[in-house]
Structure formats: structure tokens, C-alpha cells
Design a protein around this ligand. Structure first.
Ligand SMILES: Cc1ncc(COP(=O)(O)O)c(C=O)c1O
Length: 349
């Protein structure tokens, strides 16, 4: 079976491209002595996680427990969940995961650490907890080295917990100074941050300039997409995940309608026009989407796609697309080798 035999819209993944992306980033990290812990939220498929680990990754990163459960069940056994795990139901699931895999989690509040401490008290165990620091990403994370040290001490004092180090996202240019000051203050109270984990595909090739960061987490790099091309860390050729769609209507000379809309593509912005890039029609702009229709302006295309033609779309953001598709068609040079279920799709808890 070839890609031409697949019904559309369909998410395809070029295995040669994936293997090359894995190799390039892993070898950069190896060259610089940085541990690599890929984020699986981009693919949500254990088979890809196994390829990342086989290439040299120290383990994987998950954002949600549901993703971690899928990975652990598939014997991906070293998992960092970069999320504050809050609430009884989730803490119970975390404890179950601790019996299946080597787990680490993050915390940015005394509340979260107390939850981990209480959950592990009845379990025994040795849960590693990293303190999440906001180094300019303006998302979760403690706001100062002093706060980080306070939490690290709370973690260190809890019998079932082990202070695992520091975690931040993304690894901003400001991160090294903040992290180094935190390490200094930790050492002053006798604590060592074994892992200092940064992340982001856009900044991955700067990881060697961001000491004391000693671990990096990239997610999007495995597929790449329009956003990583825009960030200058990938070329169109590196974009392994592509959607094939069919032109189902040409209501005007300058408009084509695809058989996929917002339930096939995401509306993530990239700074460029439209909701995807058409490698065979670079001037085409998907300016709008309804649920099942992609609205594409083809006024600037020299040759305009006809009804029935199949067009390739490189998504703006591969990670979002993954969560919209039940399966990916894995191919090499257009020959379909496997259909892989996106096993952690939709697992937002
Ligand atoms: C905590 C964390 N680490 C790593 C990543 C990976 O970043 P990217 O998708 O840019 O590779 C993300 C992405 O959202 C993240 O939230």
C-alpha cells in the first residue's frame, strides 16, 4: 500500500524523517554531554518513545499522567511528568505508576509537595520531585531562587520524597543565571540539584550554552512542523508528519475547499499566514477552517489544484494535530509500513 491508496484526510509520518530527527538531536546532546529526555506529547505513541530511548534518551517526559500510564504499560520505564499533580485521584494514579516505572514529578508550591508527601507516606517509596522554576516562560514555576530552595528543603524533609533537581520550560536565555544562583543557594544549605532540566525544540541547539542545564526535553523535534521551520531549527524536508487532504470544492477560481478543517488541523499560530503549509503550493493560504472544511485562498497559486486532487499539508503545530487523529500512517518513501494507533490521544487527565 502506498500513501496514494489512503483515504483522506489522513495523518502520515515518514519513518526515515523521524529516525533522522531523532539521530540529529540525540547526537547533538551526546556531543555536549547533555542528557536528553524527549517529550512524548508530540507523538503519544510508545513505539516512537522506544525509538527515542534506543537512540540514547535517558527516558521520556510526559505532560499528563494518562500519557505516562500509556508509556509505562508499554515498558517505557523512566518517566518525568512535568506537571504539578494535584488532587487525590491523580495522586493515587501516580502511586500506581511508581510501582510500574522510575517516576519523577515536579512541584512549584508547598501544596503540591504536601500532596506528594502524604501520598508516599502510606506507600513508602522514593519519589523524585524536581522544583519547577519560571525562568521567563511566564507559565508555572516558582518565581525566585529563594522560593526554589524553600521547596527543595520541604521535599528533602519528606520521608517518601527525594529532591531531584530543577526543571524549567522553555530554557530561556535568562535561565542559566537564575538556575546557577539557585544551585549556589541550594549548595549553601547542603542540597544538590542532580538534574537541571530545560526544554523546547526552538532552543534545543542552544542547550550547550545554557549551563548549569544538564538535561534537555524536546518534543516537536521528532516530527517538526511549520513552527520549528519558522524558528530556524528545521527545514521543510525535516517535517515528518504531514496531512494529506482532498480538494472537494472549487467554489470560486481563487478558493479551494479541503475535506479537513478544525477537526483535522489546529489553529496554532506560527507568525506566518494560515493554518498549514502546502509544500506543493507554497502560495496557498488556509485562511479559515470550519469543522470539516479547510478554506484555502489559492489566488496567488500559478497552477490551481482541481477538485479530486490530493494535497499535502505540513501542520503549523504537529503536537496538536497528533491529538486529533486516531492513528498515524507510518511510511518510508511513500510505502505504508504500519498503521500506529495514537495511544495517548485525548488523555488530558
Ligand atoms: C514542560 C515541557 N517540556 C518540554 C516541552 C517540549 O517543547 P517543544 O514542543 O518545543 O519541543 C514542552 C512543550 O510544551 C513542555 O511543556
Amino acid at each position: 500500500m502506498t500513501l496514494d491508496d489512503l483515504d483522506t484526510p489522513v495523518l502520515t509520518v515518514d519513518l526515515d524523517g523521524v529516525d533522522r530527527n531523532i539521530r540529529v538531536v540525540q547526537s547533538y546532546m551526546d556531543t555536549h554531554g547533555i542528557a536528553f529526555r524527549p517529550h512524548i506529547k508530540t507523538h503519544k505513541i510508545p513505539a516512537f518513545a522506544h525509538r527515542q530511548v534506543a537512540a540514547g534518551a535517558v527516558g521520556v517526559t510526559c505532560q499528563k499522567l494518562g500519557e505516562a500510564e500509556v508509556m509505562a504499560a508499554a515498558h517505557v520505564l523512566d518517566i518525568l511528568v512535568t506537571f504539578n499533580i494535584v488532587g487525590r485521584q491523580k495522586l493515587e494514579r501516580l502511586m500506581r505508576l511508581c510501582r510500574m516505572a522510575r517516576m519523577a514529578v515536579v512541584a512549584d508550591s508547598e501544596y503540591t509537595v504536601r500532596g506528594y508527601a502524604e501520598a508516599t507516606r502510606s506507600e513508602g517509596g522514593d519519589l523524585r520531585v524536581l522544583v519547577e522554576m519560571d525562568t521567563g516562560g511566564r507559565r508555572a514555576g516558582v518565581q525566585s531562587p529563594e522560593e526554589a530552595v524553600r521547596l527543595a528543603r520541604q521535599i528533602d524533609a519528606a520521608p517518601g520524597l527525594r529532591f531531584g533537581g530543577l526543571m524549567t520550560y522553555p530554557t530561556t536565555a535568562e535561565a542559566p543565571a537564575i538556575l546557577a544562583e539557585t544551585v549556589r543557594q541550594l549548595e549553601a544549605v547542603g542540597l544538590r540539584a542532580e538534574v537541571i532540566s530545560g526544554g523546547g525544540t526552538a532552543c534545543q541547539f542552544h542547550a550547550h550554552e545554557r549551563a548549569p542545564v544538564n538535561e534537555h526535553r524536546s518534543g516537536t523535534y521528532i516530527y517538526n512542523d511549520r513552527s520549528t521551520v519558522a524558528a530556524g531549527v528545521a527545514t521543510w524536508n525535516d517535517c515528518a508528519a504531514r496531512v494529506i487532504a482532498t480538494v472537494v470544492s472549487r467554489p470560486t477560481p481563487d478558493r479551494m475547499i479541503l475535506d479537513g478543517g478544525s477537526k483535522t488541523f489546529t489553529n496554532d499560530p506560527t507568525g506566518e499566514d494560515g493554518f498549514g503549509y502546502f509544500p506543493d503550493y507554497p502560495e496557498a493560504v488556509m485562511y479559515s477552517m470550519s469543522e470539516e472544511h479547510g478554506h484555502v485562498d489559492i489566488s496567488r497559486c500559478r497552477r490551481k489544484p482541481e477538485i479530486g486532487e490530493r494535497v499535502v499539508v505540513i501542520p503549523n503545530h504537529a503536537c496538536g494535530i497528533t491529538n486529533l487523529h486516531d492513528e498515524v500512517m507510518v511510511h518510508r518513501k511513500g510505502r505504508v509500513e504500519a498503521i500506529w494507533k495514537v495511544q495517548a490521544r485525548g488523555l488530558i487527565r
